[in-house]
Design a protein around this ligand. Structure first.
Ligand SMILES: [Zn+2]
Length: 326
């Protein structure tokens, strides 16, 4: 840990110590308060003798994020007691179900499109964001958002939730999607540390089949037409890196049975030994299977990916969305 963080933890511990001392000085000295005081003193002692932040079992550094939340922790995640591990697992199961409940309804036919998506976390929770937002019956528009937040695990999933809340509240304002992404980027930039950002695609469709695509540094989506497949170029930087970013738009028309494919890098960067699944393989798959429904297309793609991985486990969150014009 850096000196500044350690100083912050030390002053927090000293503050806790003074609070416990106040409580202990009452006439009934409660046993657990006395023990807590010992714990705080022991942490202060470890800061002074330079062993603070090391697991007392394996002597490896304890995860920094955990220490900031609870400066009294003495063991790394690998050396929690069985009970502590169980509690952590229970929390993750709850976090996972909350995240699943935030997904849009799957397999919908909506405003001239048939949509299917697949969303799966590499760990307990995902840092990918997948959404379909319908601004209501007054409008013939639909919005599709697929993004990937920097980092992994709980921190990434919290940022993903933040992103979702932003898009859900920004879309009804009726901005263009370039303005929408620029606004989201500024909000994310102002509300998180500079190391947090997200790559993201936002698509706005109307029921005639016109789609506007704004891509903030995300994996290139595919237009899957009747006669060919092509990648749609990126139009800007990931969001949250610079507070003032500008975004361009790509507009195209989807005819009946043509499809748009969005995905996160968990697909194209899935790896077997030194070999990536890659965009070329995806392009070939997309062309050969362009006549399938979105659901059949994604299900077949997942089988193809599984065969490619041949038993190797995926290390990244995976999201795929197929949008077909009816
Ligand atoms: Zn340990």
């Amino acid at each position: 840990m850096e000196g500044q963080e350690l100083n912050q933890i030390k002053s927090q511990l000293l503050w806790r110590k003074s609070k416990i001392q106040e409580a202990v000085s009452g006439h009934i000295v409660q046993m657990h308060l006395a023990n807590l005081l010992k714990e705080v003193d022991s942490a202060l002692e470890r800061i002074d003798n330079g062993t603070y932040g090391m697991c007392v079992v394996c002597h490896d550094p304890i995860e920094k994020e955990r220490l900031i939340i609870d400066p009294l922790i003495k063991v790394c995640l690998d050396h929690l007691t069985t009970n502590q591990q169980k509690e952590l697992e229970d929390d993750l199961i709850v976090a996972n179900s909350i995240q699943k409940a935030m997904l849009p309804k799957n397999g919908q036919q909506l405003k001239g499109f048939e949509i299917y998506f697949y969303y799966d976390a590499a760990g307990a929770v995902s840092g990918d964001y997948c959404d379909i937002i319908d601004p209501g019956a007054d409008s013939d528009s639909l919005y599709f958002v697929l993004g990937d937040v920097s980092g992994k695990g709980i921190a990434a999933s919290m940022l993903m939730t933040h992103l979702r809340a932003m898009f859900q509240s920004l879309i009804p304002l009726g901005l263009t999607i370039a303005q929408l992404i620029a606004r989201a980027s500024r909000l994310l930039c102002e509300s998180t540390t500079s190391t947090h950002y997200a790559t993201l695609i936002c698509v706005k469709s109307n029921n005639k089949g016109t789609v506007e695509i704004c891509n903030a540094g995300h994996c290139l989506p595919f237009y899957i037409g009747k006669t060919g497949v092509r990648k749609i170029e990126s139009t800007g930087m990931p969001i949250g890196i610079f507070c003032e970013s500008e975004y361009g738009l790509t507009t195209l028309n989807l005819d009946k049975d043509e499809m748009l494919l969005l995905y996160s890098d968990g697909l194209t960067e899935a790896m077997k030994k030194d070999e990536l699944y890659g965009t070329e393989r995806l392009e070939k798959f997309a062309f050969e299977n362009r006549e399938l429904s979105p659901k059949q297309f994604i299900e077949k793609l997942l089988i193809e990916l599984k065969n490619f991985l041949a038993g190797n486990t995926r290390s990244d969150d995976l999201t795929i969305m197929a949008i077909k014009k009816l």
